[in-house]
Design a protein around this ligand. Structure first.
Ligand code: ZN
Length: 253
């Protein structure tokens, strides 16, 4: 399996070029703001892009669709509940510094359980709504591409348009955390992780937003107390040093 990561743009979005076999067929997942290096890699290695897959429709994951499609002719695939986002302009224009990077419309609408064939291998579509209604993860053997659903130590926001905390945590708990421990997670932002690591340590999944707020508040309080204590000790030390300076000099003999 070859997986090449290209991280670009304001939000450091990860685009992946994935080839399950040493052959020439690859998938491009979430092409973002800069596609020059990604396209050079595809060209230099003589790769055949069989599909461009968007884990969801946010512009930082889709604004490279046009460039990759123009260069390769590959079809754009996105969940059916997300396809309308491809033509949304506002955020895309903002992210691309005023230059419109419209994505061409979807060529294939995906739904849960669909497979995307890459050579003799298939990638399974897992519908994971919550960050957006049509968010998906893509699974191939021990690899899982999670977009903004699950990331190392965190999860995607659910307060955007169409987002839902309950849907997001259900997606993660019921669809992703039931997968085996040794699955490697390739998120839409940030470093790689595993299902095991996230199941054990990702506090955002185990707790409600209220609990997380409490935890963050008490961490903040602990930090403030710690800093107060440090300041107090420094003051004492300074006072002691000053007292030592002012102490009468020992008798000279
Ligand atoms: Zn997103």
């Amino acid at each position: 399996m070859r997986i090449e990561t290209f991280t670009t743009g304001l939000f450091k979005t990860n685009a992946y070029v994935v080839g399950p076999e040493p052959g020439q067929d690859v998938l491009v997942i979430d092409p973002g703001w800069r596609t020059r290096e990604l396209l050079a890699y595809i060209r230099d290695n003589g790769l055949n892009v069989v599909a461009i897959v968007n884990t969801h429709g946010h512009a930082d994951h889709t604004c490279g669709n046009k460039a990759v499609k123009d260069a390769t002719g590959a079809p754009i695939c996105i969940h059916e509940a997300e396809a309308k986002r491809l033509s949304r302009f506002a955020v895309g224009a903002l992210l691309t510094r005023g230059r419109a990077h419209w994505s061409p419309p979807a060529d294939r609408l995906l739904k849960d359980g669909d497979t995307i064939l890459v050579g003799a291998d298939s990638f399974e579509v897992i519908h994971t709504p919550g960050h957006t209604p049509g968010g998906i993860c893509l699974k191939h053997k021990k690899r899982l591409f999670t977009g903004d659903t699950l990331m190392a130590g965190t999860i995607g926001r659910s307060d955007g348009k169409g987002g839902s905390w309950d849907a997001l945590s259900a997606s993660i708990m019921d669809r992703l955390f039931v997968l085996s421990d040794d699955i490697q997670v390739y998120p839409g932002h940030g470093p790689r992780t595993t299902i095991q690591r996230e199941r054990r340590s990702n506090i955002f999944v185990r707790h409600s937003p209220e609990q997380i707020e409490d935890m963050l508040l008490s961490a903040h309080e602990r930090r403030m107390r710690y800093e107060d204590e440090k300041r107090r000790q420094e003051k004492e030390k300074a006072k002691a040093a000053k007292a030592a300076d002012n102490a009468p000099a020992p008798p000279q003999s």
